[in-house]
Design a protein around this ligand. Structure first.
Ligand SMILES: *[C@@H]1O[C@H](CO)[C@@H](O)[C@H](O)[C@H]1NC(C)=O
Length: 246
C-alpha cells in the first residue's frame, strides 16, 4: 500500500506540470531581452508561459500547433547548478486545460518511438536548477532532434556555451543576466512518425535546423554586454555556424 501511495505521488508529480496558454507573453515577458519577443513568427502559434503547480513562471515557449513542435523557448541562464541533470523520463503531459485548448495538437511520446529522433529540449535542463529544471521536461519544450545531433553536436555546444557563460558571469561577479532563445526551423517535408510505422503517421514536423541566440546583459557597464548566436543542421554531421544578431 505504501509503495502504491508513493507511486501515485510520483505519477501525480510527474503530471503536475502546468503550462498556461496565453494570448500574450505579458505574464512571462521577463524571459525576453528588453521584454521583447522575437518577431516574424507563425501568427497561429500558441504562447505558453511555462510553470509547475504554483504561479511561478520558468520560461516562455512559442508552440506551433500545425507542426506540433515549439518554434522557440526563451529562458534565462541559471549558472548555479551542476550540469549533470539526472535525466528524468517523466515527461510532463500538459494539464487538461492545455490539452483541451490544443485539442490533441501536441506531440505525444509515442510519436518519437523508433523514429531515430530524440526529444531534444530547447531550454536545456543543464541551464536550469531545481524546479526550473523539472519544468524543462515538457513536450512543449521538445522538438525532434536527430539522435547523433542531439547527443553529440548540440550537447557539445550546450556544454561549451554553459562553461563560457559561467566564466563570464564569474568574472563579472554575477552582475549580468543572460537571456537566451533557442528555436527550430520547421521543415514541413519531414514529419514523424514516418509513413508505414504508425497508424497516425506524420504528426510532428522535424526541424531542419536548431538555433540559439544569446544576449548577455551586464547590469552596470554596457561595454561588457554582448550577443551572438549559432545554428546547427539537425543531422548526423556537424554543420554548426555562427549567426550575427541584429
Ligand atoms: C566598462 O568596462 C570597460 C571594459 O571592461 C572599461 O574599460 C571601462 O572603464 C568600464 N567603465 C566603467 C564606467 O566602469
Amino acid at each position: 500500500m505504501f509503495v502504491l501511495g508513493l507511486f501515485t505521488c510520483i505519477v501525480l508529480r510527474a503530471f503536475s506540470a502546468q503550462a498556461k496558454v496565453v494570448v500574450s507573453f505579458d505574464d512571462c515577458k521577463g524571459f525576453f531581452y528588453k521584454d521583447t519577443e522575437p518577431g516574424g513568427m507563425d501568427q497561429n502559434a500558441k504562447k505558453i508561459c511555462q510553470k509547475l503547480e504554483s504561479d511561478h513562471y520558468y520560461y516562455a515557449t512559442l508552440y506551433s500547433v500545425h507542426g506540433r513542435i515549439p518554434l522557440y523557448s526563451a529562458y534565462i541562464f541559471d549558472p548555479e547548478c551542476s550540469s549533470t541533470a539526472g535525466r528524468t523520463e517523466n515527461w510532463h503531459i500538459e494539464p487538461q486545460t492545455l490539452i483541451r485548448k490544443l485539442e490533441k495538437k501536441q506531440s505525444i511520446s509515442s510519436d518519437y518511438s523508433d523514429s531515430g529522433y530524440d526529444h531534444g529540449l530547447l531550454n536545456p535542463n543543464s541551464f536550469q536548477c531545481d524546479e526550473g529544471r523539472i519544468a524543462t521536461f515538457t513536450l512543449t519544450n521538445a522538438a525532434p532532434m536527430d539522435e547523433s545531433f542531439n547527443r553529440i553536436h548540440w550537447k557539445n555546444w550546450e556544454r561549451a556555451l554553459r562553461s563560457f557563460l559561467r566564466s563570464k558571469l564569474d568574472s563579472h561577479g554575477g552582475s549580468a543576466t543572460v537571456y537566451i532563445v533557442t528555436g527550430t526551423v520547421p521543415d514541413d517535408d519531414v514529419r514523424i512518425p514516418l509513413k508505414g510505422t504508425s497508424e497516425d503517421p506524420e504528426r510532428v514536423t522535424v526541424p531542419s535546423h536548431i538555433w540559439t541566440a544569446v544576449c548577455y546583459k551586464h547590469h552596470l557597464n554596457d561595454t561588457n554586454s554582448f550577443s551572438f548566436g549559432y545554428i546547427g543542421k539537425n543531422q548526423l554531421s556537424e554543420t554548426l555556424s555562427m549567426l550575427t544578431l541584429k
